[in-house]
Design a protein around this ligand. Structure first.
Ligand SMILES: Nc1nc2c(ncn2[C@@H]2O[C@H](COP(=O)(O)OP(=O)(O)OP(=O)(O)O)[C@@H](O)[C@H]2O)c(=O)[nH]1
Ligand SMILES: [Mg+2]
Length: 457
């Protein structure tokens, strides 16, 4: 029963009368029921109107709130949110309703689309589609240049593995067979070329297989290496596959160009041992390879010299793995030092690029001078680097040279040693057209360490 109404009893017609306190009138039961239903109907209509307003406001606030909290929360919960409250307050004022609707109508129509106007904003944010599935991780070995290593054939693959072991993860091993691949190299670093199960020292077959698959090598470099500025091609001279590696040159240059590289292809090839060179096929294959790389920057590793230096120190089985590791560490030291600052004199990445980019052969070597008090230290260091280098001795005057010296803090602060260091650098400077040098301070060291690269002959 509606409030404010008192039951006053019934008349003879059995009709009930009620006093309506709000109006001060006495009304019959019929009238009373009539009023009650009218009131109830009005209340229902009012509720319905308020509900419609609410849902309109909720829609408006949902469009405005990207977090979608209003979507998730039931109406009651949405009412508790301060933002929703402010919307609701406006809804209570009927006059403000069209205002709210018109406020929201314009952003609503903007937001309700599929962002056509701004669908470009993230277009360049993502990594290239599909390219990253096979992408090898970035090199972890510190280096002044962004480089990749490509091992071709059995010996080339083993040399490449030595760089991979140092943290040059951007390393790929290409071969015509899985049979002479080094152990312990994850599958993603291999590219097996179809067409022959090894080429059995047949360099013509090697060239044919590499040429037929050069596009695949180029693609694999793009998808697995990505961007590198320099590609070091490693190959064992004398076999059929590695000796044919120059067939990939055009594809490698195209790859470098396509990734916007600033560097070149540098070959690191081995010269067979004296014993191996007695075999005419091996000798011819090696000659073919050395002629192919002659006009490109290249390092020749003399296997005879290298193995002689190791014989007596390492067993047969360990000869090549040790030699490969030593060579990789030697070259890495140059790439790494060019990345370091020196309080005395730095050899920087531009210097390194000048040397690596010089056409012709390079000789790389290192030595240690335990007694820095000797007078002729300049000659000692230079000759020592050449003598203990795995490369054949240089022929003629070098066009570019690098002399990197690593000294202890004690040596660096000794005026006598500093004078000798200067003399050593000018000795090497006199033997190359352009000398780049760097002096680094480290400890502990077994003595004064010298690393030299001379190139361009
Ligand atoms: N420095 C070095 N030289 C190696 C190594 N393995 C092989 N060689 C040299 O590389 C030469 C060529 O051998 P491989 O590289 O096995 O030949 P390949 O390129 O695979 O050619 P095929 O087997 O004929 O298809 C050998 O005669 C060795 O002188 C190595 O681990 N380090
Ligand atoms: Mg082989």
């Amino acid at each position: 029963m509606a409030s404010g109404v008192k039951n006053l009893g019934s008349n003879k017609k059995d009709s009930h009368f009620y006093a309506d306190e709000s109006s001060g009138k006495i009304v019959s039961e019929e009238t009373m029921q009539d009023n009650f239903y009218k009131e109830a109907a009005k209340e229902v209509l009012r509720d319905a109107a308020v509900q419609t307003q609410h849902s309109q406001h909720e829609q408006a606030s949902v469009h405005r709130a990207p977090a979608g909290a209003a979507h998730q929360a039931p109406t009651g919960a949405a009412h508790q949110a301060p933002e929703e409250d402010s919307v609701e307050n406006q809804a209570d004022d009927e006059a403000s309703l069209p205002q709210v609707a018109s406020d929201t109508s314009s952003p609503t129509s903007d937001y309700s689309g599929d962002f056509d106007d701004f669908d470009f904003v993230e277009a360049y944010d993502d990594d290239p589609v599909g390219a990253d599935d096979q992408m090898l991780p970035e090199n972890t070995a510190p280096s002044a240049i962004k480089c990749a290593f490509l091992g071709v054939g059995g010996g080339g693959g083993k040399l490449a593995k030595a760089f991979l072991d140092l943290g040059f993860t951007k390393t790929l091993l290409v071969n015509t067979t899985v049979k002479d691949q080094p152990e312990g190299v994850p599958e993603e670093h291999f590219l097996l070329l179809p067409g022959a199960d090894g080429v059995g020292k047949d360099i013509s077959l090697g060239k044919q297989v590499l040429e037929n698959n050069s596009a695949s090598v180029e693609d694999t470099l793009r998808t697995r290496i990505g961007k590198a500025d320099w590609v070091f091609v490693l190959a064992g001279g004398g076999g059929g596959t590695g000796s044919a590696c120059h067939c990939l040159h055009t594809a490698l240059e195209r790859y470098l160009k396509s990734v916007g590289a600033g560097g070149k292809v540098v070959y690191i090839v081995t010269k067979p041992t004296a014993q191996e060179l007695l075999n005419p096929t091996i000798a011819t294959n090696y000659e073919s390879l050395s002629a192919d790389v002659a006009l490109h920057p290249h390092i020749l590793i003399d296997n005879e010299k290298q193995l002689q230096l190791l014989r007596g120190k390492v067993g047969m089985l360990g000869l090549y793995p040790t030699a490969n590791k030593n060579f990789a560490k030697l070259l890495w030291q140059v790439l790494k030092l060019a990345n370091e600052n020196s309080p005395i004199q730095s050899f920087d990445s531009k210097d390194l690029e000048r040397v690596l980019g010089t056409t012709g052969r390079m000789v790389i070597g290192s030595t240690v001078a335990r007694d820095v008090s000797k007078q002729d230290i300049g000659a000692m260091l230079y000759q020592g680097c050449l003598k203990s280098s795995p490369c054949p001795s240089p022929g003629g005057k070098a066009s570019t040279g690098v002399m990197l010296l690593v000294v202890t803090p004690h040596m660096a602060s000794d005026p006598g040693v500093s004078k000798k260091i200067e003399a050593a650098l000018s000795y090497v400077g006199g033997r190359t057209d352009t000398l780049f040098s760097g002096v680094y301070v480290k400890e502990p060291l077994p003595g004064l360490i010298a690393i030299s690269v001379i190139g361009g002959f």
